[in-house]
Ligand binder design. Sequence first.
Ligand SMILES: NC(=O)c1ccc[n+]([C@@H]2O[C@H](COP(=O)([O-])OP(=O)(O)OC[C@H]3O[C@@H](n4cnc5c(N)ncnc54)[C@H](OP(=O)(O)O)[C@@H]3O)[C@@H](O)[C@H]2O)c1
Length: 303
Amino acid sequence: MPTRRHVISSLAWSLAGLALAPSRAAFAADEMQTRPVPASGERLPVIGMGTADSFNVGDGPEDREPLREVMRRFFAGGAALIDTAPSYGRAEAVIGDLLAELNLRPRAFIATKIGASGRAAGLEQFQRSLRLLRTDKVELLQVHNLVDWQTQLALINELKAQGKTRYSGVTHYTESGHDELARVVRAARPDFLQVNYSVISRGAESAVFPLARELGVAVLVNRAFDDGRLFARVKDKPLPPWAAEAGIGSWAQAFLRFALSHPAVTVVIPATGKPDRQSDNLKAGQGPMLTAQQRQSLIETVG
Ligand SMILES: NC(=O)c1ccc[n+]([C@@H]2O[C@H](COP(=O)([O-])OP(=O)(O)OC[C@H]3O[C@@H](n4cnc5c(N)ncnc54)[C@H](OP(=O)(O)O)[C@@H]3O)[C@@H](O)[C@H]2O)c1
């Protein structure tokens, strides 16, 4: 049963969302939309890219070639934000290699994380990230899953003052972490928060998004496909009848557009190691946002 708070907040943002969604004619058909980071006004392309698992690969051409194409298409499609972490195996090193090979570092908005206990361990981890990413600074540095968050946010703010990161952030990835995430955001006022949100995992709508809007915190959405599980739920189901009119050509685009159609969301970061899926995901950044009725239709079809 949804709580009263949940219903009121859903209603309030649905209305805000409807007001936010411009008409279809207002969008260039092949242009990635952008949204502002509240702390600065800097505009970010709404589709980003995650790298957990998908970029944790070896050095051989059979592993690297598809990712080089994933990366090439990402930037060609107008995207910029790449989310990674020291705990994603070889992902930071692979990103660093590919950005250098393709000469794309200047166009990338790199978001990495600190997931360590204690200041010295946090700093050492960040210095290692910079080496692997082949850069001297990142755009966003986040506390991974709120681990030792007071220490690490203080460190991140120091690094921000030194120009080593442009923005600070905190992340979580489960519904059970939302209340603590909200407490930390209220106490520490980071520039960004990152949270899970999907058609079937909508807890952030009541626990996190209203706070992000109130405080002016940018929101990155992870797990918009629920780690891929959403695709199993719609296997053999046709797209909703309104999909073509909304410019949606696949279930992946429907799931990503669902996340983006919440007005608190700044960027969604789907992960794939497959070039054609990257092209598919990027298309979700074009066209109008979903109406409240279209969102409800997705919830009913997938749920
Ligand atoms: N605590 C944290 O900070 C935290 C936690 C979780 C996630 N994250 C970040 O968020 C990113 C995204 O989350 P996630 O990787 O857990 O899950 P996700 O993006 O919800 O789902 C990824 C899965 O979807 C599949 N997929 C991607 N595009 C597809 C498409 N167009 N059609 C069909 N299948 C598609 C991928 O398979 P293929 O690779 O085979 O295409 C993969 O199995 C992570 O990579 C990470 O950067 C952060």
